[in-house]
Write a protein that binds this ligand. Structure first.
Ligand SMILES: *[C@@H]1O[C@H](CO)[C@@H](O)[C@H](O)[C@H]1NC(C)=O
Ligand SMILES: *[C@@H]1O[C@H](CO)[C@@H](O)[C@H](O)[C@H]1NC(C)=O
Ligand SMILES: *[C@@H]1O[C@H](CO)[C@@H](O)[C@H](O)[C@H]1NC(C)=O
Length: 387
C-alpha cells in the first residue's frame, strides 16, 4: 500500500510538472502573426481578374478548381502556391483577392491580376505599379506600419512582358533583347522600391519560369514535344540573372530591406527534364485544353477542351499554369527549401528574421547547381540537383 501511495504521489508530481511546464516549442508553431501579400500575374491571382472584368472568365468555371470542386478564379485545379505558403505561415484564413468586395484582408491579400505586366497598360488588368498603388490605397484602413514591416511580400511578374515582346519581335537581336530586359528589370526595381517606401521590408521574388518550355509556348511555336522555344528561355534567363544582384544592392543601400529569391526557373526545368524523379508523368503538355500540347482554351465555353483523368500526374494544368500538386510542391519549397532552391533564406527564415536587421547573407549565383536547358545529360547522380 505504502509503495502504491508513493507511486501515486510521484505520478501526481509529474502530472503537475507536465501541466504547468512551458510547452516545448514545436518547429513551425512560433511563427509571428503576420500577413502574406502577393503581387504579379495569373500565377498569384486569387480571383482579381474575375472581379475586374465584366466578361465571364474561364478560370471561374469547371474544370478550374475541380480538385476542390470550387472554380474560384484561380488558375489551377485547386489551390495555388501562395495558399500553401499562407497555411505554413499559420494564417488561418485563405488569402483573398484584394479587389473582391467584403473580403477579410486581416492576414494579407492577393493584388495579383491575370495578364499583369511590368510595362505598358494591360487590358483589364493592372501593372505591378498599379497593384502597389492599390495596396497603398487600402493600407490606412487595414494594416498598421509595424504589421506591414513584419509581413511577407511575394512577387511573380514579367512573363507577360516577354511573351508579348517575343510575339511582336520574333527576330529581335541580342542587343534589342538586352535593352528590353534592362527596361523590364529597371521597372521591377522601381516598383519594389515603391513597395519598400510604402513600408514593406520582407520580399520574396520568384524568378521567371523557363517560358519557352510552357506547353502553350511549345504549342504556339511548334517546338515538338521534347524541345522548348529557346528565345523565350533566353529572355527569362537574362531577366533572372539580374534579379539577385539587383536585390543585393537594394539590401545594401535601403535600411531594413530583406529579401529572398526563389529559383522558379530551375524548379520547373528540373521537373520537365527529369519528370519521374519528381513523380510527374507528363510535363510537356497540359492536363486541360486542346492542340498539340493540349495547351489552349481550358475552360473556354466554345472550345471542346480535353481534360486529363488524373491531374496529379501532370506538372501543368493548363497551357501555362501548374496543377495543384505542383503548386503544393512550390509552397513547400518556398517555405522550407535550402539555398539551392531559395536563397539567401527560405520564407520560414525570412518571417522570423528580425526586422530592421541587415541581412547577414547575400544572394550568390548558383552556377554549379544550375541545370542547363540544353544539357540534360549532365549527371543524374549528383544529389544536389534533386530539389
Ligand atoms: C478576419 O479573420 C481573422 C482571422 O485571421 C479573424 O480573427 C477576424 O475575426 C476576421 N474578421 C472578420 C470581420 O470576419
Ligand atoms: C505588347 O507589345 C506591344 C508592342 O510592343 C505594346 O504596344 C503593348 O503595349 C504590349 N502590351 C502589353 C500588355 O504589354
Ligand atoms: C520534355 O521536355 C524536356 C525539355 O525540353 C525534354 O528533355 C524531355 O525529353 C521532354 N519529354 C518528353 C516526354 O517529350
Amino acid at each position: 500500500m505504502a509503495n502504491n501511495y508513493s507511486l501515486a504521489s510521484v505520478l501526481g508530481v509529474f502530472l503537475v510538472f507536465t501541466l504547468f511546464h512551458t510547452p516545448i516549442t514545436v518547429s513551425g508553431q512560433n511563427i509571428p502573426t503576420v500577413a502574406l501579400f502577393t503581387f504579379g500575374d495569373s500565377n498569384f491571382d486569387a480571383g482579381n481578374k474575375q472581379t475586374l472584368t465584366k466578361a465571364n472568365v474561364p478560370q471561374g468555371f469547371w474544370p478550374y478548381g475541380k480538385s476542390r470542386d470550387d472554380p474560384n478564379g484561380k488558375f489551377s485545379d485547386g489551390f495555388i502556391a501562395p495558399d500553401f505558403v499562407a497555411k505554413f505561415m499559420g494564417i488561418p484564413i485563405e488569402i483573398p483577392a484584394a479587389l473582391k468586395p467584403n473580403v477579410n484582408v486581416s492576414r494579407g491579400a492577393s493584388f495579383a491580376v491575370a495578364d499583369a505586366t511590368l510595362l505598358g497598360s494591360p487590358v483589364e488588368s493592372l501593372t505591378l505599379n498599379q497593384q502597389v498603388r492599390k495596396f497603398n490605397q487600402m493600407k490606412a484602413a487595414n494594416w498598421n506600419d509595424d504589421f506591414i514591416k513584419k509581413s511577407v511580400f511575394m512577387i511573380y511578374v514579367g512573363a507577360n512582358d516577354y511573351l508579348n515582346f517575343t510575339k511582336n519581335n520574333p527576330n529581335a537581336d541580342a542587343s534589342a533583347q538586352q535593352a528590353f530586359v534592362t527596361t523590364v528589370t529597371n521597372k521591377l526595381k522601381n516598383d519594389i522600391s515603391l513597395l519598400y517606401s510604402s513600408g514593406a521590408s520582407k520580399f520574396v521574388i520568384q524568378t521567371l519560369a523557363p517560358l519557352g518550355c510552357l506547353p502553350i509556348a511549345r504549342q504556339e511555336y511548334n517546338t515538338g514535344m521534347d524541345q522548348c522555344h529557346e528565345p523565350l528561355n533566353n529572355l527569362a534567363k537574362q531577366h533572372n540573372e539580374k534579379i539577385g544582384p539587383m536585390l543585393n544592392e537594394m539590401a545594401r543601400t535601403a535600411s531594413g530591406f530583406q529579401f529572398t529569391v526563389f529559383d522558379f526557373y530551375n524548379v520547373i526545368l528540373r521537373r520537365t527534364q527529369r519528370n519521374l524523379n519528381y513523380r510527374f508523368f507528363i510535363t510537356n503538355s497540359s492536363c486541360c485544353g486542346v492542340g498539340s500540347h493540349n495547351a489552349y482554351g481550358c475552360g473556354l465555353p466554345n472550345v471542346h477542351s480535353k481534360l486529363c483523368e488524373y491531374q496529379r500526374s501532370y506538372l501543368f494544368f493548363d497551357g501555362r499554369h501548374n496543377t495543384e500538386k505542383a503548386q503544393e510542391m512550390f509552397g513547400h519549397l518556398l517555405f522550407g527549401a535550402d539555398p539551392n532552391v531559395i536563397q539567401p533564406m527560405n520564407v520560414r527564415e525570412l518571417v522570423v528574421y528580425p526586422v530592421d536587421e541587415p541581412m547577414r547573407e547575400v544572394w550568390v549565383p548558383t552556377t554549379s547547381a544550375t541545370v542547363q536547358a540544353s544539357d540534360s545529360s549532365s549527371s543524374s547522380s549528383r544529389g544536389y540537383e534533386f530539389y
